[in-house]
Write a protein that binds this ligand. Sequence first.
Ligand code: URA
Length: 272
Amino acid sequence: MSQDREALAALAFQVESGADEAMDKEPVNRYRAVKEPEAPALGAPPVVAEPARRTPAPAPPPDHRPALLATGQATDSAQSKAASCMNLAELRDLVTEFDGCALRQTATNTVFADGNPEARVMIVGEAPGREEDLRGLPFVGESGRLMDRMLAAIGLDRETVYISNILPWRPPGNRKPTTQEITICLPFIERHIELSKAEILVFAGGTAASALLRRSEGITRLRGRWYKYQAGARELAALPAFHPAYLLRQPGLKREAWADFLKLKERLISLG
Ligand code: URA
């Protein structure tokens, strides 16, 4: 393998492992050989080591990031601030400014929503991935393209659905969000649903479904059935479905996913 191909393969491996962000502006060669002290010549008088003079470590760069609140405090703050938002524009501003969740510090953009906020159907996924983080829009990567094709198959598109996630910031390396991160951000998506015009919710994947329905079962058990979802004074119908990223890894499940999307279509028709 040429050196270039080797370097590319090593880079691809790192990206696949989730190391896809630069940590610093300048590269650091951590493999650089450290110069060993030379051995004294044979017969030379023993060298008495001087007491090591410690050079003080350089001061770390100033950290301008705001200190994070404890989970309980951050959740309470998210809850009361979200409740004070009277429309989606206020909620978007609030979420963009909220500094109680560490994910915001590593994300490029806050990903709030896409599609039509007046739509009858709202799809809620898990969290932005790499492309979503870069573009500031949900479901615009590979799984989003599959979702668009599935929606198109039942006559829907981003003009007729509204799309968001339970987390507005990408977890680094696309790792699973922690319970703490979900707990802190939940008041935002709950208020988001309340302020939307949606009558039907589709929870894409187990993380969204179990967080919003407060259920502990996995998506395989939850999917394909209608649940009642209380959004303030309104009762909405919620349908958990497989996440499109999961379908990309398990294409054999597309049959079930298709059955779920047909249920969504029937429900929309029955609403008139
Ligand atoms: N997966 C999600 O759950 N949401 C996105 O926006 C993209 C991928």
